[in-house]
Design a protein around this ligand. Structure first.
Ligand SMILES: NC(=O)c1ccc[n+]([C@@H]2O[C@H](COP(=O)([O-])OP(=O)(O)OC[C@H]3O[C@@H](n4cnc5c(N)ncnc54)[C@H](OP(=O)(O)O)[C@@H]3O)[C@@H](O)[C@H]2O)c1
Length: 276
Protein backbone atom coordinates (compact mmCIF):
# COMPACT_ATOMS: atom_id res chain seq x y z
CA UNK A 1 0.00 0.00 0.00
CA UNK A 2 1.21 3.50 -0.71
CA UNK A 3 0.89 5.43 2.51
CA UNK A 4 -0.70 8.84 1.95
CA UNK A 5 -2.16 9.71 5.34
CA UNK A 6 -0.45 8.45 8.48
CA UNK A 7 -1.28 8.92 12.17
CA UNK A 8 1.44 8.43 14.81
CA UNK A 9 1.31 8.64 18.62
CA UNK A 10 4.52 9.12 20.60
CA UNK A 11 5.91 11.09 17.66
CA UNK A 12 7.94 13.54 19.78
CA UNK A 13 10.72 11.08 20.57
CA UNK A 14 12.42 7.74 19.91
CA UNK A 15 10.74 5.18 17.68
CA UNK A 16 7.66 7.31 16.90
CA UNK A 17 9.81 10.23 15.78
CA UNK A 18 12.12 8.01 13.72
CA UNK A 19 9.13 6.38 11.97
CA UNK A 20 7.63 9.81 11.21
CA UNK A 21 10.89 10.98 9.68
CA UNK A 22 11.44 7.75 7.72
CA UNK A 23 7.92 7.94 6.28
CA UNK A 24 8.20 11.62 5.33
CA UNK A 25 8.00 12.39 1.62
CA UNK A 26 6.28 14.91 -0.61
CA UNK A 27 2.52 14.23 -0.82
CA UNK A 28 2.38 12.49 2.58
CA UNK A 29 0.22 13.86 5.36
CA UNK A 30 1.42 13.04 8.89
CA UNK A 31 -0.81 13.50 11.95
CA UNK A 32 1.54 13.47 14.92
CA UNK A 33 0.48 13.30 18.57
CA UNK A 34 2.44 13.30 21.82
CA UNK A 35 2.40 14.94 25.24
CA UNK A 36 5.63 16.87 24.46
CA UNK A 37 4.98 19.94 22.29
CA UNK A 38 8.64 20.83 21.88
CA UNK A 39 9.54 17.32 20.73
CA UNK A 40 6.62 17.35 18.29
CA UNK A 41 7.85 20.64 16.82
CA UNK A 42 11.33 19.19 16.34
CA UNK A 43 9.96 16.07 14.66
CA UNK A 44 7.74 18.17 12.40
CA UNK A 45 10.63 20.38 11.31
CA UNK A 46 12.56 17.31 10.06
CA UNK A 47 9.47 15.80 8.41
CA UNK A 48 8.67 19.06 6.63
CA UNK A 49 12.26 19.36 5.40
CA UNK A 50 11.66 16.00 3.67
CA UNK A 51 8.51 17.35 2.02
CA UNK A 52 5.75 15.92 4.24
CA UNK A 53 2.74 17.90 5.46
CA UNK A 54 2.44 17.72 9.28
CA UNK A 55 -0.43 18.25 11.72
CA UNK A 56 0.56 18.31 15.39
CA UNK A 57 -1.58 17.59 18.44
CA UNK A 58 -0.28 17.82 21.98
CA UNK A 59 -2.36 15.46 24.13
CA UNK A 60 -2.24 12.72 26.72
CA UNK A 61 -3.14 9.38 25.13
CA UNK A 62 -5.04 8.42 28.29
CA UNK A 63 -7.58 11.17 27.51
CA UNK A 64 -10.17 9.16 25.59
CA UNK A 65 -12.13 12.17 24.33
CA UNK A 66 -9.03 13.95 23.05
CA UNK A 67 -7.90 10.77 21.31
CA UNK A 68 -11.28 10.15 19.68
CA UNK A 69 -11.21 13.74 18.46
CA UNK A 70 -7.66 13.28 17.13
CA UNK A 71 -8.77 10.22 15.18
CA UNK A 72 -11.37 12.31 13.32
CA UNK A 73 -8.70 14.56 11.73
CA UNK A 74 -8.36 14.49 7.92
CA UNK A 75 -12.05 13.59 7.63
CA UNK A 76 -11.95 14.00 3.85
CA UNK A 77 -9.26 11.35 3.30
CA UNK A 78 -8.84 7.63 3.98
CA UNK A 79 -6.31 6.77 6.69
CA UNK A 80 -3.63 4.42 5.42
CA UNK A 81 -1.63 3.76 8.57
CA UNK A 82 -1.84 4.24 12.35
CA UNK A 83 1.37 3.76 14.32
CA UNK A 84 0.89 3.55 18.09
CA UNK A 85 4.23 4.41 19.68
CA UNK A 86 3.41 6.40 22.85
CA UNK A 87 4.43 4.35 25.86
CA UNK A 88 6.14 4.45 29.24
CA UNK A 89 8.28 2.04 31.22
CA UNK A 90 9.63 1.62 34.74
CA UNK A 91 11.13 -1.06 36.93
CA UNK A 92 10.65 -2.45 40.42
CA UNK A 93 12.25 -0.49 43.26
CA UNK A 94 15.60 -1.45 44.79
CA UNK A 95 15.41 -4.54 47.01
CA UNK A 96 14.27 -4.34 50.60
CA UNK A 97 16.28 -6.16 53.32
CA UNK A 98 14.55 -9.48 52.66
CA UNK A 99 15.15 -9.23 48.89
CA UNK A 100 11.57 -8.23 48.11
CA UNK A 101 11.01 -5.57 45.42
CA UNK A 102 7.82 -3.85 44.30
CA UNK A 103 6.49 -1.30 41.85
CA UNK A 104 4.59 1.68 43.22
CA UNK A 105 0.81 1.44 42.86
CA UNK A 106 0.85 4.71 40.87
CA UNK A 107 3.35 3.22 38.43
CA UNK A 108 1.29 0.09 37.88
CA UNK A 109 -1.88 2.14 37.19
CA UNK A 110 -0.07 4.59 34.90
CA UNK A 111 1.62 1.81 32.93
CA UNK A 112 -1.74 0.15 32.22
CA UNK A 113 -3.38 3.49 31.45
CA UNK A 114 -0.76 4.63 28.93
CA UNK A 115 0.50 1.39 27.38
CA UNK A 116 -2.83 -0.42 27.15
CA UNK A 117 -5.77 2.01 27.44
CA UNK A 118 -3.83 4.79 25.71
CA UNK A 119 -3.09 2.45 22.80
CA UNK A 120 -6.73 1.32 22.60
CA UNK A 121 -7.79 4.98 22.63
CA UNK A 122 -6.14 5.24 19.21
CA UNK A 123 -6.71 1.73 17.86
CA UNK A 124 -10.46 1.41 18.47
CA UNK A 125 -11.68 4.67 16.86
CA UNK A 126 -9.27 4.12 13.99
CA UNK A 127 -10.52 0.56 13.40
CA UNK A 128 -14.07 1.89 13.28
CA UNK A 129 -13.03 4.58 10.85
CA UNK A 130 -11.08 2.20 8.62
CA UNK A 131 -14.04 -0.20 8.42
CA UNK A 132 -16.02 2.56 6.71
CA UNK A 133 -13.25 3.33 4.20
CA UNK A 134 -13.25 1.87 0.67
CA UNK A 135 -11.07 -1.11 -0.15
CA UNK A 136 -8.11 0.07 -2.18
CA UNK A 137 -5.78 -1.90 -4.43
CA UNK A 138 -2.38 -2.60 -2.82
CA UNK A 139 -0.91 -5.10 -5.28
CA UNK A 140 -2.12 -7.15 -8.23
CA UNK A 141 -4.03 -9.55 -5.95
CA UNK A 142 -4.46 -7.61 -2.73
CA UNK A 143 -6.76 -4.85 -1.53
CA UNK A 144 -6.94 -3.26 1.87
CA UNK A 145 -8.65 -0.49 3.82
CA UNK A 146 -5.81 0.40 6.21
CA UNK A 147 -3.07 -0.77 8.55
CA UNK A 148 -2.64 -0.41 12.31
CA UNK A 149 0.60 -1.18 14.14
CA UNK A 150 1.44 -0.76 17.83
CA UNK A 151 4.83 -1.09 19.48
CA UNK A 152 4.42 -3.78 22.14
CA UNK A 153 7.66 -5.37 23.38
CA UNK A 154 9.47 -8.64 23.85
CA UNK A 155 8.72 -7.97 27.54
CA UNK A 156 5.11 -8.83 26.67
CA UNK A 157 6.13 -12.36 25.72
CA UNK A 158 7.70 -13.21 29.09
CA UNK A 159 6.75 -12.82 32.76
CA UNK A 160 9.58 -10.51 33.54
CA UNK A 161 10.20 -9.87 37.30
CA UNK A 162 12.07 -6.58 36.71
CA UNK A 163 9.11 -4.83 35.04
CA UNK A 164 5.84 -6.65 35.91
CA UNK A 165 3.31 -4.00 34.85
CA UNK A 166 5.25 -3.15 31.68
CA UNK A 167 5.28 -6.87 30.77
CA UNK A 168 1.57 -7.16 31.54
CA UNK A 169 0.51 -4.03 29.62
CA UNK A 170 2.54 -5.04 26.56
CA UNK A 171 1.33 -8.66 26.71
CA UNK A 172 -2.29 -7.45 26.64
CA UNK A 173 -1.62 -5.05 23.77
CA UNK A 174 0.24 -7.68 21.73
CA UNK A 175 -2.38 -10.37 22.37
CA UNK A 176 -5.26 -8.04 21.48
CA UNK A 177 -3.71 -7.11 18.13
CA UNK A 178 -2.63 -10.62 17.20
CA UNK A 179 -5.96 -12.15 18.23
CA UNK A 180 -8.01 -9.46 16.44
CA UNK A 181 -5.89 -9.74 13.31
CA UNK A 182 -7.50 -12.78 11.70
CA UNK A 183 -11.00 -11.35 11.30
CA UNK A 184 -9.83 -7.76 10.77
CA UNK A 185 -7.80 -8.96 7.81
CA UNK A 186 -10.98 -10.23 6.20
CA UNK A 187 -12.27 -6.65 6.36
CA UNK A 188 -9.06 -5.39 4.76
CA UNK A 189 -7.59 -3.98 7.98
CA UNK A 190 -4.11 -5.31 8.76
CA UNK A 191 -3.02 -5.31 12.40
CA UNK A 192 0.58 -5.65 13.54
CA UNK A 193 2.26 -5.85 16.92
CA UNK A 194 5.97 -5.11 17.27
CA UNK A 195 7.78 -7.33 19.77
CA UNK A 196 11.32 -6.04 19.95
CA UNK A 197 14.11 -5.95 22.48
CA UNK A 198 15.82 -2.76 23.61
CA UNK A 199 16.02 0.13 21.15
CA UNK A 200 18.44 2.97 21.74
CA UNK A 201 16.02 5.82 22.55
CA UNK A 202 15.59 8.25 25.47
CA UNK A 203 13.30 5.65 27.09
CA UNK A 204 16.22 3.36 27.94
CA UNK A 205 18.96 5.98 28.32
CA UNK A 206 18.99 5.69 32.11
CA UNK A 207 19.00 1.89 32.33
CA UNK A 208 21.98 0.77 34.44
CA UNK A 209 22.57 -2.67 32.94
CA UNK A 210 23.82 -4.16 29.66
CA UNK A 211 20.79 -4.31 27.34
CA UNK A 212 20.70 -7.57 25.36
CA UNK A 213 19.81 -7.23 21.69
CA UNK A 214 20.04 -3.42 21.77
CA UNK A 215 19.20 -2.00 18.30
CA UNK A 216 19.75 1.47 16.94
CA UNK A 217 16.52 3.33 16.29
CA UNK A 218 17.32 3.34 12.55
CA UNK A 219 17.64 -0.46 12.55
CA UNK A 220 14.37 -0.74 14.46
CA UNK A 221 12.60 1.43 11.89
CA UNK A 222 13.94 -0.73 9.04
CA UNK A 223 12.55 -3.87 10.74
CA UNK A 224 9.18 -2.25 11.43
CA UNK A 225 8.70 -0.85 7.92
CA UNK A 226 9.75 -4.16 6.34
CA UNK A 227 7.29 -6.01 8.58
CA UNK A 228 4.50 -3.60 7.67
CA UNK A 229 5.21 -4.01 3.97
CA UNK A 230 4.93 -7.80 4.40
CA UNK A 231 1.83 -7.32 6.60
CA UNK A 232 3.37 -9.37 9.41
CA UNK A 233 0.94 -9.83 12.29
CA UNK A 234 3.84 -9.88 14.73
CA UNK A 235 7.02 -8.03 13.80
CA UNK A 236 9.93 -9.37 15.84
CA UNK A 237 13.57 -8.38 16.27
CA UNK A 238 16.17 -9.49 17.06
CA UNK A 239 14.81 -12.94 16.28
CA UNK A 240 17.27 -14.81 18.56
CA UNK A 241 16.16 -12.86 21.61
CA UNK A 242 12.44 -13.07 20.86
CA UNK A 243 12.64 -16.81 20.22
CA UNK A 244 14.76 -17.26 23.37
CA UNK A 245 12.12 -15.37 25.35
CA UNK A 246 9.36 -17.60 23.98
CA UNK A 247 11.38 -20.60 25.05
CA UNK A 248 11.75 -19.15 28.57
CA UNK A 249 7.99 -18.78 28.76
CA UNK A 250 7.37 -22.51 28.27
CA UNK A 251 9.83 -23.49 31.03
CA UNK A 252 8.49 -24.27 34.52
CA UNK A 253 7.92 -20.89 36.18
CA UNK A 254 10.33 -21.61 39.05
CA UNK A 255 13.11 -22.24 36.55
CA UNK A 256 12.46 -19.12 34.47
CA UNK A 257 12.20 -17.05 37.68
CA UNK A 258 15.47 -18.42 39.02
CA UNK A 259 17.14 -17.44 35.73
CA UNK A 260 15.65 -13.97 35.47
CA UNK A 261 16.29 -12.82 39.01
CA UNK A 262 19.99 -13.62 38.59
CA UNK A 263 20.33 -11.57 35.40
CA UNK A 264 21.65 -8.00 35.56
CA UNK A 265 18.90 -6.95 33.12
CA UNK A 266 16.15 -5.19 35.00
CA UNK A 267 17.54 -6.02 38.46
CA UNK A 268 15.57 -4.12 41.17
CA UNK A 269 16.57 -0.46 41.13
CA UNK A 270 18.40 -0.66 37.78
CA UNK A 271 15.59 0.99 35.77
CA UNK A 272 14.18 4.36 36.80
CA UNK A 273 10.70 4.37 38.30
CA UNK A 274 8.05 6.07 36.16
CA UNK A 275 7.95 9.13 38.46
CA UNK A 276 11.76 9.58 38.52
N1 LIG B 1 13.14 1.76 23.57
C1 LIG B 1 12.98 0.48 23.78
O1 LIG B 1 13.93 -0.24 24.18
C2 LIG B 1 11.66 -0.19 23.53
C3 LIG B 1 11.63 -1.59 23.41
C4 LIG B 1 10.42 -2.23 23.19
C5 LIG B 1 9.28 -1.48 23.07
N2 LIG B 1 9.31 -0.11 23.19
C6 LIG B 1 8.08 0.63 23.08
O2 LIG B 1 8.17 1.49 21.96
C7 LIG B 1 7.36 2.65 22.17
C8 LIG B 1 8.19 3.90 21.91
O3 LIG B 1 9.25 3.91 22.86
P1 LIG B 1 10.52 4.84 22.71
O4 LIG B 1 11.67 4.02 23.08
O5 LIG B 1 10.48 5.53 21.41
O6 LIG B 1 10.24 5.86 23.92
P2 LIG B 1 10.41 7.44 24.02
O7 LIG B 1 11.64 7.88 23.32
O8 LIG B 1 10.24 7.74 25.47
O9 LIG B 1 9.13 7.98 23.20
C9 LIG B 1 7.83 7.79 23.68
C10 LIG B 1 7.06 9.09 23.50
O10 LIG B 1 5.71 8.86 23.98
C11 LIG B 1 5.38 9.94 24.84
N3 LIG B 1 4.35 9.61 25.80
C12 LIG B 1 4.47 8.88 26.94
N4 LIG B 1 3.32 8.86 27.60
C13 LIG B 1 2.44 9.58 26.87
C14 LIG B 1 1.08 9.94 27.05
N5 LIG B 1 0.40 9.54 28.13
N6 LIG B 1 0.48 10.69 26.11
C15 LIG B 1 1.16 11.13 25.02
N7 LIG B 1 2.45 10.82 24.80
C16 LIG B 1 3.09 10.06 25.72
C17 LIG B 1 6.70 10.22 25.54
O11 LIG B 1 6.65 11.44 26.26
P3 LIG B 1 7.53 11.50 27.64
O12 LIG B 1 8.95 11.64 27.21
O13 LIG B 1 6.97 12.70 28.33
O14 LIG B 1 7.25 10.22 28.39
C18 LIG B 1 7.65 10.21 24.36
O15 LIG B 1 7.64 11.45 23.69
C19 LIG B 1 6.85 2.56 23.61
O16 LIG B 1 5.53 2.05 23.60
C20 LIG B 1 7.80 1.55 24.25
O17 LIG B 1 7.18 0.88 25.33
C21 LIG B 1 10.49 0.55 23.41
Amino acid sequence: MTYGTIFITGAASGIGRALAVALSAPGRQLHLADCQQRGLDETAATCKAKGAETHLTCLDVTDQNAMTQWCTQAADRPIDLLLVCAGVTGGVDACEKDGAAFETLEQIRRMMAVNLDGALNAILPMMTRMRAQPLRKTGHLTRQRGQICAIASVAGLVSYPGTPSYSASKAALDRFLVASGAYSRKAGIHLSSVCCSFVDTPMVAQNCFPMPGLSSVERAVTHILRGLKRRRRRIIFPAWLVLGSRFMDVLPIWLAEAYYIHQPTGRPGSMPRLDQ
